[in-house]
Design a protein around this ligand. Structure first.
Ligand code: UDP
Ligand code: MG
Length: 336
């Protein structure tokens, strides 16, 4: 395993990161993205540690420090030195929650990877249930929020509206009211690593990948300390990434509008002719404006179709994913 370092990584950090973890194979990796979480991080660590120790088996806690400007990095470095099961990745600046998760998944060693927020809104105590489902053969276990405590009415409302709009606009079944708190199998983790798109909406990508998925329900706690690190701007970016990554509807909208305008123009002229038996120059102008506008917008819609396809090609997602195969492999082996 190799690690990348931000320019600010010191020699000390380097040796910490490269320390061989444990001899045994890591079974569960827990990825924790954190940004300015100095108030909760110690508590998060100790609760995660308790849960993972109680469960038995090898594990690693992989913190991804997303360019925190407070004491988060210092605290985590201390924890990392004291506990061989803790690893730390420091970003050179704030790259955002989704990229922090991506880095965590890319560097996780486990057969299963759990992603959990660092503010204790997602209860670590749910992890054993997730692992149980994983052992039963599910490859994605996502946590579905049944209630959200201690969040503003606006946040709840906007989140709920967002999930429902997204659901309507996309072909991919993205489950409503789930965040990034989930367990994914090594196979799914490798798939995500192979998807090189830059604007990442990870829950959507996980849904897109298919595989055997199941929900476990939980009640989302309020933040343990500190304030939300998701500013309005970041929330907006996330929803735009989500919609544009999984839907061409917005770019095709011009085309639909054009058709409506074209249709309105024709209907307008017909109505005028039937009612007045003649068309004034204003009527003709209105007709021409509607039809011409419609044609132009419809042409833009056609462009949209092509741009949408270019976008799909550029995203370079795998065309299909194979979960398992039988027979084929052995037959091929016989031929060779
Ligand atoms: N986070 C991050 N980078 C960011 C914003 C947030 O790594 O730019 C982390 C944050 O530390 C937390 C998780 O992502 O562990 C979720 O963020 P937050 O709790 O602020 O979001 P909310 O729960 O309010 O939606
Ligand atoms: Mg939170």
């Amino acid at each position: 395993v190799s690690y990348e370092f931000g320019e600010q990584a010191t020699e000390g950090e380097r040796s910490d990161l490269q320390r061989p973890l444990v001899d045994e194979q890591v079974r569960i990796s827990v990825v924790v993205p954190v940004y300015n979480e100095e108030e909760v991080i110690v508590q998060t660590y100790s609760r995660l540690k308790d849960v993972m120790e109680a469960m038995g088996g090898t594990y690693e806690l992989l913190f991804v420090n997303d360019g925190s400007r407070d004491q988060t990095a210092t605290i985590l470095r201390g924890i990392c030195r004291a506990d061989e099961r803790v690893r730390l990745i420091n970003f050179s600046r704030n790259f955002g929650h989704q990229l922090a998760i991506t880095a965590g998944m890319d560097h996780a060693l486990g057969d299963a990877v759990v992603v959990i927020d660092g503010d204790l809104q997602d209860p670590p105590e749910l992890i054993p249930t997730m692992v149980e489902k994983w052992q039963q053969g599910y490859q994605v276990v996502y946590a579905k929020r049944m209630e959200r405590k201690g969040e503003t009415r606006f946040k709840k409302w906007s989140a709920s509206a967002f999930y429902r709009v997204l659901h309507r606009l996309t072909d991919v079944e993205i489950p409503v009211d789930t965040g990034d708190f989930r367990l994914i199998d090594r196979k799914v983790c490798d798939v995500l690593a192979s998807m090189k798109e830059r604007h990442r909406f990870i829950r959507g990508m996980v849904s897109w990948s298919g595989f055997r998925q199941i929900a476990v329900e939980y009640s989302r706690d309020s933040r343990h300390a500190g304030k939300t690190k998701y500013s309005m701007k970041k929330m907006l970016k996330l929803s735009l990434d989500a919609i544009t990554s999984f839907s061409h509807v917005p770019i095709k909208l011009a085309g639909y509008l054009g058709l409506v305008s074209l249709f309105a123009g024709v209907v307008y002229l017909l109505v005028v002719l039937i009612a007045q038996h003649r068309a004034t120059s204003v009527d003709i102008l209105t007709f021409v404006a509607l039809v011409l506008g419609g044609v132009i917008l419809a042409c833009m819609g056609v462009l949209g179709e092509y741009i949408g396809r270019i976008y799909d090609e550029v995203k370079d997602r795998p065309l299909y994913l194979i979960d398992s195969q039988e027979g084929l492999m052995s037959r091929r082996a016989n031929c060779e």
